[in-house]
Design a protein around this ligand. Structure first.
Ligand code: SAM
Ligand code: SF4
Ligand code: F3S
Length: 459
């Protein structure tokens, strides 16, 4: 395939530099959303304008997720409905990017059953997009690049969705092979970005006025393992913390098996690092954790929580949970309820287990019915609601520093933002504060947010 720069030149010559409007929609995790921003960046280089309305688009890219079956079904539903759009506008180009493209049976299904799809852009092939577009415009019915590239991330232009919150992937792929998870199969092995590239990107973002930097990786704690001892994740945190500027550093996800004392020390000693840790537990049952290949027990996990809470009893924790892993017994499930009651998470992201073909768990027998799984999920959410509404009361009377996201929904004249603890804070305020840090005195707590009054100088 032609080099990206050459392909861009030829594309510009073909369409006079004005190829029309592109609609890019990303599904799945924040790493995928960050890839979507890069897809937009590459499209802008070609000359595309961006639209939020697929009906007026000349090019549609669906940046897909494969983590659960429901995510895939949604994309197939959308691609199916796009057949009509294409009938109305035959010049419309439709592309599929992201994690679904890395599964051979899915790529085959797209080829066979969805002739309206013109481009398939693999998870590390964003830079091939100009070449693929050119190939299609020069006659290929389906232009496809699903090769794995190692150096795919640097120097790719990016159109960021926010002007004050930025995601910065620090590594790609995953080596952990949790038995339920498709990610290692669709995103390949762990590759860490060079620390100097990350540091200069963050420096640049802070200079541009970004106030929140979210470091991303499937397991940020193993950042640097492939860089021959050059740097660890806590060391990276300390280097970023030392940069000049008023900004907050967040990161996700952390794998409990690698949540070291060094990491905990870095969180507490770096003033720019958020006072919040997302530490996915997945299950409270050590037997299920063993079958998930998580490589920690419930006791070991609770030991990490204890270390954190010894330093700050109110420290904010959030987690991911899977309900209904193959053959999860009622006892296993009760252990999950026990752990959420004991840890008192500020928020949980819970999912019903979804069978992913090609993973080890897909071969495991499963006698738990769908009805039981749904019932467990409903109860789990109810228990968490009770925990949050009680636990959020600890913030009443405190002043929290909030990065303002935008207007609050359904509350005229109110704003919403997030505190360092990753708690949603709503308060009355003017839209000019969006993108700024504001100190808010907390006066009320709900089960999903707290409310308060901005603190003005002299208060
Ligand atoms: N790397 C992160 C970690 O280990 O915490 C998680 C990444 S994964 C994209 C996000 C969450 O999706 C996981 O923590 C897990 O709870 C959930 N997940 C992954 N595979 C799943 C599956 N087959 N069924 C249901 N939930 C799943
Ligand atoms: Fe999936 Fe486990 Fe890797 Fe997270 S650590 S991406 S859950 S395999
Ligand atoms: Fe989904 Fe791929 Fe992320 S499978 S969760 S978009 S890494």
């Amino acid at each position: 395939m032609l080099k990206s720069a050459d392909a861009i030149k030829r594309l510009r010559a073909l369409n006079g530099g004005a190829p029309g409007l592109a609609y890019v929609r990303s599904f799945g995790c924040q790493l995928n959303v960050s890839d979507g921003e890069k897809i937009k960046g590459v499209l802008r280089e070609i000359g595309y304008g961006l639209t939020e309305d697929e009906n007026e688009a000349d090019l549609i890219i669906l940046n897909t997720c494969a983590v659960r079956e429901s995510a895939e079904d949604r994309v197939f539903g959308i691609v199916g409905s796009m057949k009509k759009l294409k009938e109305r506008k035959p010049s419309l180009i439709i592309g599929i990017a992201g994690c679904m493209t890395a599964q051979s049976h899915i790529a085959e299904k797209i080829r066979k059953s969805y002739p309206q799809v013109d481009l398939v852009v693999g998870t590390s092939a964003i830079r091939s997009l100009p070449g693929l577009l050119l190939e299609h415009m020069e006659g290929a019915a389906l232009a496809e690049d699903i090769s794995e590239y190692d150096d795919f991330s640097e120097a790719v232009p990016q159109i960021r969705e926010s002007s004050f919150k930025a995601s910065v992937p620090i590594m790609f792929g995953c080596n952990n092979f949790c038995t339920y998870c498709i990610v290692p199969y669709v995103r390949g092995r762990e590759r860490s970005r060079r620390p100097e590239d990350i540091i200069s990107e963050v420096e640049e973002l802070v200079k541009k006025g970004y106030k929140e930097i979210m470091l991303l990786g499937q397991n940020v704690n193993s950042y640097g393992n492939d860089l021959e001892g050059e740097i660890t994740f806590p060391e990276l945190l300390r280097k970023l913390n030392a940069l000049e500027g008023d900004f907050i550093i967040r990161f996700m996800s952390s794998h409990p098996k690698d949540a070291s004392d060094e990491l905990i020390d870095a969180i507490f000693s770096c003033e720019k690092v958020a006072k919040h840790l997302h530490l996915p537990v997945q299950s409270g049952s050590s037997e299920i954790l063993r079958r998930m290949n998580r490589r920690y027990t419930a006791e070991k996990y609770l030991g990490i929580v204890r270390k954190i809470r010894e330093r700050d009893p109110d420290f904010s924790l959030t987690t991911d949970l899977i309900v209904g892993f193959p053959d999860e017994t009622n006892e296993d499930y009760q252990a999950t309820l026990d752990i959420i009651r004991e840890v008192k998470y500020d928020n949980i992201y819970s999912f019903i287990y979804s069978k992913r073909s090609g993973t080890k768990a897909a071969e495991m027998p499963d006698s738990t019915t769908d009805e039981e799984k749904s019932c467990r999920m409903r109860e789990l959410l109810e228990v968490q609601r009770e925990i949050s509404s009680e636990h959020y009361k600890r913030f009443i009377g405190r002043t929290m520093r909030v990065l303002v996201d935008g207007p609050a929904k359904k509350k005229e004249g109110w704003l919403t933002g997030k505190s360092s603890e990753f708690i949603i804070v709503e308060f009355p305020g003017d839209a000019s504060l969006i993108g700024q840090f504001v100190n808010v005195r907390i006066t009320g707590a709900m089960n999903w947010a707290v409310t308060g009054e901005p603190v003005t100088k002299g208060d």
